[in-house]
Design a protein around this ligand. Structure first.
Ligand code: PRE
Length: 363
């Protein structure tokens, strides 16, 4: 125990000193990032500035080194923002996401790229793909699967006709709230708007609390939040971002039926991402329609002990009886054992497309 009593003034003085040090260090880091940009441009005039594998390594290292008392996720989020600002110094990053503003996809874009990226809402998933393909934006963010409701088939289908790569993934815990406007008569709510997936994710809660209210599916949660303005008998189910954006009040929080409800989003772009040390690969495979086709397809993964993380079947749009499989597995195409598996799969399949290898989501 020290003899000097700890008082508020001395603690604040210490905080000021530490802040000055943090300021100096962040500025030195930003200077470094500027030099990184110069090195990148000198070696390649068309250099890519955003490096998903490096960002994943930086964040993982911070989480490992974190001594507390802040938890590792919180600390990584702070560094996420520092890196986002450093990248913006190198080159402003433009990101298209499935809009409108206030959707969970926007929240995912923010979580993945940080607040310094410029994000632009698109009206549909294919528009996000088109903007990335046309080079109007650097990256896109689209939802791909929800833990309760399953796959977003539109996103998988979009990959079939596109040359776009997957550069990353981000998983977002989804919390739904029942929202009202200041004009809503709370005890007279007879209509509830939301995206069909969100209505499904809150089905039991709605059955218990609003069994007689009409459930109206709309194109997004943010759209639902926008619609209830001026309707005195309506409420919306949406997340925090939409609530804040449209100035709505939460009358019930976290109403999703499953507490672990989460959605996985993909970062799409046109770059090949090098290994980060903990990666995933996504492929799409078309198989001839013959007995044992699925077994033949999966056998090499089993033999090479490669972990599958997802297997999704979609009808092919080219032949009536053909199926395509979307497969995610642990590993990177630059690893010899993964290259070997892909070679075997290529021989057995009628078509194989590697959608991308990318770091496993860190945050
Ligand atoms: O290491 C790099 O390539 C950088 O550009 C630096 C940095 C960083 O701030 O750490 C910034 C952006 C990249 O996406 C990755 C990392």
């Amino acid at each position: 125990m020290t003899d000097t009593p700890i008082n508020l003034d001395s603690l604040r003085q210490r905080i000021d000193e530490l802040d000055s040090e943090i300021l100096r260090l962040i500025s030195a880091r930003a200077e470094c990032a500027k030099q990184v940009a110069e090195v990148k441009t000198a070696s390649d005039p068309g250099a890519v500035f955003y490096r998903p594998e490096r960002e994943a390594q930086v964040l993982r290292r911070i989480m490992e080194l974190n001594p507390g008392p802040l938890n590792s996720e919180e600390m990584a989020r702070l560094f996420r923002e520092i890196m986002s600002a450093c990248l913006a110094l190198e080159q402003p990053t433009k990101v298209a996401y499935l809009g409108p503003e206030g959707t969970f996809t926007q929240q995912a874009a923010l979580k993945h790229f940080g607040a310094s990226a410029v994000s632009m809402p698109m009206a549909a998933i294919d528009e996000v793909f088109r903007e990335v393909e046309a080079g109007a934006v650097n990256y896109g963010v689209v939802p791909v699967e929800n833990s309760t409701e399953g796959v977003v088939s539109h996103t998988l289908d979009s990959f079939m006709d596109s040359s776009i790569h997957i550069c990353g993934e981000v998983v977002l815990r989804i919390h739904h709230h029942l929202l009202v406007a200041d004009t809503t008569l709370r005890d007279k709510v007879s209509r509830i708007y939301s995206h069909p997936q969100s209505l499904a994710q809150c089905r039991k809660w709605l059955d218990a609390h609003y069994p007689r209210a009409e459930r109206v599916p709309v194109s997004s949660n943010a759209e639902a939040a926008k619609m209830i303005k001026g309707e005195w008998h309506s409420a919306a189910i949406a997340g925090d971002m939409a609530a804040k954006l449209y100035g709505l009040e939460k009358i019930a929080e976290k109403i999703e039926d499953r507490p672990d409800n989460s959605t996985r989003f993909l970062i799409i772009g046109s770059q090949h991402v090098p290994m980060s040390g903990e990666d995933k690969t996504s492929i799409v495979v078309a198989m001839r329609n013959q007995p044992g086709a699925l077994h033949d397809l999966l056998e090499p993964f089993h033999r090479h002990q490669i972990d599958l993380t997802r297997l999704e079947t979609r009808p092919s749009r080219t032949g009536v009886w053909n199926y395509v499989f979307f497969i995610d597995f642990k590993g990177h195409v630059d690893e010899p054992r993964v290259a070997a598996v892909l070679e075997e799969v290529r021989l057995r399949a009628s078509e194989l497309k590697v959608l991308g290898s990318y770091p496993v989501g860190v945050l």
